[in-house]
Design a protein around this ligand. Structure first.
Ligand code: UDP
Ligand code: MG
Length: 307
């Protein structure tokens, strides 16, 4: 019997892309000796994406859909797909053809050679808008300096994972998801494939600056508590620096009557701000503990044709 490969595609308002992606993937598998299933996760789409996938599923028994109850976001949608996949390995990719399906061939080859995770690295390319390249680079810089897991630039959620990895990943109960960081953290035998991304086939990116900022925040705070440590170091640094001010304060005490208003106001404002920042960092982590303690599901499935 041929091995079963699951392909998971999270989709949010991708009515112009989804059928093309399905087509391309089916083309790729035509030349390969694998059974496969396509799982499209409808992340609360407001357009016809789900209808189109349902129709495709009626024509082809290898096409499946998972309809989430609302828009949960890319990462939870991806988790929903990975959890329901039944393959011996699972490949995830975006619905907009930026992740070229032809790469699946090479991914599967590496998998057959014994790698547990085959992830991809997007090479910088003119096809990407300038802003995207810039923000993406900043994203990975930030991620690496503020957290403990080393992430390579351009490693999006386009990867193959072996069943053994998926089984471990399924048990992750954290609802603040940053899949690429978590997979890196898992270890196993990983292989990196470089590729040049295509331009988005149709529609526009669902990640605006706000969503990207959120993902970066999530990445940092779900991978490590390094920001908390940094708050402590910052505290030491600033109190060390303020000691340098001491001699001047003593001098001023003996030589002036009323002055130093400016320096006073500046210091008060500075420390006020610093304390708020540190309180904010604490708050983020406490908030995460609060959310997690509620133990809510990461996503909710409204309907699916997966048995
Ligand atoms: N996506 C999703 N839910 C969201 C936002 C995006 O499932 O809330 C999907 C989207 O349909 C696409 C993938 O996540 O398949 C990546 O999104 P996009 O292409 O907009 O991001 P970019 O490539 O610009 O980083
Ligand atoms: Mg995209």
């Amino acid at each position: 019997m041929d091995k079963l490969v699951s392909v998971v595609i999270p989709a949010y308002n991708e009515e112009e892309n989804i059928l093309v992606v399905i087509d391309h993937i089916e083309d790729v598998f035509e030349k390969l000796n694998y059974d496969y299933e396509l799982i499209i996760v409808d992340d609360g789409c407001a357009d016809r994406t789900l209808d189109l996938v349902r129709e495709a599923a009626q024509k082809d028994s290898r096409v499946f859909y998972i309809e989430l109850s609302r828009n949960f976001g890319h990462q939870p949608a991806l988790k929903a797909g990975l959890d329901s996949a039944r393959g011996d390995c699972v490949i995830s990719l975006d619905a907009d053809l930026q992740h070229p399906p032809r790469l699946l061939v090479e991914m599967l080859e590496k998998w057959e050679q014994g790698y547990d995770v085959v992830y991809t690295r997007r090479q910088e390319d003119k096809n990407l808008p300038f802003k995207k390249r810039k923000t993406s680079r900043l994203f990975y810089k930030l991620m690496n300096s503020l957290s403990d897991v080393e992430l390579e630039p351009g490693t999006a959620d386009f990867r193959l994972m072996d069943r053994s990895v998926i089984n471990v990943f399924k048990d992750f109960k954290e609802n603040d998801l940053f899949v690429r960081g978590m997979v890196k953290w898992l270890g196993f035998k990983q292989y990196a494939l470089d590729y040049i991304p295509n331009a988005r086939f149709a529609g526009s990116s669902k990640y605006n600056i706000k969503r990207m900022r959120k993902l970066a925040m999530q990445g940092v705070t779900s991978l490590s508590v390094k920001p908390l440590h940094m708050a402590v170091y910052l505290g030491f640094l600033i109190s060390g620096l303020s000691l340098l001010y001491l001699p001047y304060a003593i001098y001023a005490y003996f030589h002036t009557h009323v002055s130093g208003w400016a320096s006073l106001i500046v210091t008060i404002a500075f420390f006020g701000g610093l304390q708020l920042i540190i309180l904010g960092i604490l708050g983020i982590y406490i908030g995460k503990m609060f959310m997690q303690s509620k133990n809510r599901p990461t996503y909710i499935i409204r309907s699916t044709n997966i048995k």
